[in-house]
Design a protein around this ligand. Structure first.
Ligand SMILES: [Zn+2]
Ligand SMILES: [Zn+2]
Length: 342
């Protein structure tokens, strides 16, 4: 059996990638389908992708697969052929990243997980086989023109804050697992209404649509390929764009503008702004929105407290950080985490 783990150091691997002259295609895909034995699926998948020099991060679970990879251009056709040869992945949508230098990954990691999207669902009768119907951009526009259609944003608050579809409702939580039961409760009297769910790339709203059906909702749809695909199709086909503001994604730019408007505000001074940043204090790293003038005023920190720490010598900063553990911190308006610190 092939070795499943590379023993070369991360640093060497990264250097190797930078020496590579062949360009790479960066892409993502996911599919919900039943995998009876995720471990053997993983091993087989690893052997085949490794032979094609694929790098990336892939999660495999009983409920399916979620992958972000880079493929050498010369192997792309072989890669596609291999992926499509797996019956449940035949014609799966491969989302190619447009402005990417192909250097995002320098090793192939395939991990077996309980779920490809953590959902907190304990009910064993829940079945991803029964999910909502796909809608694409044109249909989405038509459906959302109809009175009574409910549009549900299944992303986190910080994503909704900088951009969302016209009239979309927010499910106010920081985690998807909390949002699922919350959505069911919020829409409890709308079981017969037409409900369209969406997220960034489709993976979350697809699960959410199945969860709504499982809870007795009858007309549930979800946006195929999420906001990313919608924005592409709207541009290609010159359709009316119903997305306001910016689509938040974890790349260097922390998002891409889709609508021209700025719908969010600087968390420090309140002026219109949609620029996310991480607090410069290494002991904080809070993700929040900061305008250019507040960036200067606060040295790109989220609060005066963080600014004071950030301006200490590095050794003293380390002292302050000792023993403090940071989770992923995001600013959430409903919890007002930033205010008391200012
Ligand atoms: Zn500001
Ligand atoms: Zn901070």
């Amino acid at each position: 059996m092939a070795v499943l783990h590379n023993r070369i150091s991360q640093k060497e691997l990264k250097e190797k990638l930078y020496q590579e002259s062949e360009p790479r295609v960066t892409l993502s895909f996911y599919q919900y389908f039943k995998i009876d034995e995720p471990v053997s699926f993983r091993d087989e998948f690893y052997r085949n992708l490794n032979a094609l020099k694929v790098f990336g991060r892939i999660y495999v679970a009983h409920e399916g697969i979620n992958a972000q990879v880079s493929v050498p251009t010369s192997e792309y056709d072989n890669f596609k052929k291999y992926i499509y040869s797996i019956p449940s992945l035949e014609n799966v949508r491969l989302n190619i990243a447009v402005d990417n230098d192909g250097k995002s990954f320098w090793v192939l990691k395939i991990k077996v997980r309980t779920k490809i999207v953590a959902d907190g669902i304990r009910d064993h009768t829940f079945d991803m086989g029964k999910k909502g119907q796909y809608v694409e951009a044109e249909e989405f526009n038509r459906f959302t023109d109809e009175p009574g259609t409910i549009i549900v944003d299944m992303r986190n608050h910080y994503e909704y804050e900088v951009g969302h579809f016209e009239n979309a409702i927010e499910i106010p939580s920081d985690t998807f697992r909390e949002q699922l039961p919350m959505a069911v409760n919020m829409l409890a009297d709308k079981k017969d209404s037409k409900i369209i769910m969406y997220c960034t790339g489709g993976i979350r709203c697809e699960k959410a649509s199945a969860y709504m059906l499982h809870n007795g909702f009858k007309n549930v749809f979800h946006l195929e390929g999420g906001i990313i695909q919608y924005a592409n199709v709207v541009k290609q086909k010159d359709l009316p764009n119903k997305f306001l503001g910016k689509n938040f994604v974890f790349d260097d730019r922390l998002g891409e503008k889709i609508g021209d408007e700025i719908i969010s505000h600087c968390h420090q001074c309140g002026q219109p702004c949609d620029l996310h940043t991480n607090c410069k204090n290494d002991g904080c790293h809070l993700l929040f929105i900061q305008c250019e003038s507040c960036k200067i005023k606060y040295d790109a920190c989220c609060s005066l407290e963080c600014q004071a720490i950030y301006n200490l010598p590095e050794a003293e900063q380390k002292e302050v950080r000792k023993g403090k553990k940071n989770g992923i911190m995001v600013f959430n308006k409903s919890r007002e985490r930033i205010r008391p610190r200012l």
